[in-house]
Design a protein around this ligand. Structure first.
Ligand code: DP6
Length: 335
């Protein structure tokens, strides 16, 4: 009853901010449909992936979780147990587990790790328990740990339904890695931990007067962007992703208390992307709940864009990314 899995992180093009209050908050059901690209890092051997091993045994007297060599407790442990408990119930197994997880990127690098972490956990745990789930079912399990993790079960470009229940709030693949020419350069501005977690931010979303409008427009944008990805229309996808990012940050900045994730360098990058576009280099920005910027581009322009972003004062480093493969089971165990 031991299995390992590897999953990649993802960047949302149509973003999730705020959970549905009509459901148990522990289900992490988002207020709107979302769309993302699962990402594979191309810089310094960093693939932006999490490798997780889990074992169930009647010999264990408690559940243990070790992340990056450190045993975790409290809120982080509860999130892991919530995912595993769901699967233990389905498999009718009462055994305790030991889980060990490692990212191939520094956790303190300002890059989200919960999406790849909970996708790898859902896949490894289901596999260790012998549960034969579809990828869509697995995505609902990953969501119990982190909303964005549902999408990291799939590779390529992914659509996540807000749904009306646990089972209908699932992620599905729009198309695989090679169907749409989009890469990104991540400009790292700050490597520190977030002062306000996404968890707190999701709770504050409804305090913004613009929240309902964002939800309504995001629903339309999610449908539109899916179609544009399938049509390989990079510029239209970039425009929509950028607009959706600004709607989310408008909600963040107008919630009570107001949340500002940007730093002065974030704005410098936004301005640079706009100027580059005017000068004929097609690129667009998107920003999650932090100061770092994902600059979306086509593969042919990636290195040129990286050079320009590297030269901006305040950019600590850049990481190139391309679409990644599906999360997968591996026989390389971490213990
Ligand atoms: C801004 O609840 O998935 O990245 O705190 O990492 O679990 P964690 O975040 P999560 O919220 C993600 C919010 C977002 C937008 C998105 O990825 O859709």
């Amino acid at each position: 009853m031991k299995a390992s899995a590897i999953a990649h992180s993802n960047i949302a093009l149509i973003k999730y901010w705020g959970r549905s209050s009509q459901h148990d908050p522990q289900l992490n059901i988002p207020l709107n449909d979302t769309v993302s690209m699962t990402k594979n890092g191309l810089t310094n051997g960093i693939h932006l992936q999490t490798h997780t091993t889990i074992e169930f045994s009647s010999d264990f007297d408690r559940d243990t979780v070790v992340v990056e060599g450190q045993e975790i407790a409290g809120r982080h442990l509860e999130r892991v147990v919530r995912v595993v408990d769901h699967l233990r119930r389905q498999a009718q197994v009462a055994d305790r587990f030991r889980m060990v997880s490692r990212n191939d990127f520094p956790t303190q690098a300002g890059l989200a790790s919960s999406a790849s972490a909970f996708a790898a956990l859902a896949l490894a745990a289901a596999s260790a328990l012998g549960l034969e789930f579809t990828r869509e079912q697995l995505s609902t399990v990953a969501r119990l740990g982190s909303g964005s993790a549902a999408r990291s079960i799939h590779g390529g470009f992914v659509y996540c339904h807000r749904g009306q229940s646990h089972d209908t709030a699932y992620a599905e693949q729009i198309c695989p890695t090679n169907c749409f020419d989009m890469n990104a350069v991540i400009a790292i501005v700050d490597v520190g931990r977030k002062t306000i977690t996404s968890d707190e931010g999701h709770r504050l979303a409804t305090t913004s007067p613009f929240n309902d409008v964002r939800i309504q427009i995001s629903q339309q944008q999610a449908q539109q962007i899916r179609k544009l990805i399938l049509e390989n229309n990079f510029n239209a996808v970039g425009r929509l992703a950028e607009a959706n990012c600004l709607y989310m940050h408008a909600v963040m900045m107008t919630s009570q208390p107001a949340l500002f994730y940007w730093q002065p360098t974030t704005l410098k990058i936004i301005k640079t992307v706009q100027q580059l576009r005017e000068a004929g280099l097609p690129c667009y920005f998107t920003i999650d709940a932090g100061p770092n910027v994902h600059c979306l581009c086509q593969s042919q322009n990636m290195l040129e864009l990286q050079k320009i972003l590297d030269s901006i004062d305040g950019v600590q480093k850049t990481i190139l990314v391309e679409p990644a493969e599906d999360a997968f089971v591996t026989d390389r165990h971490l213990f």
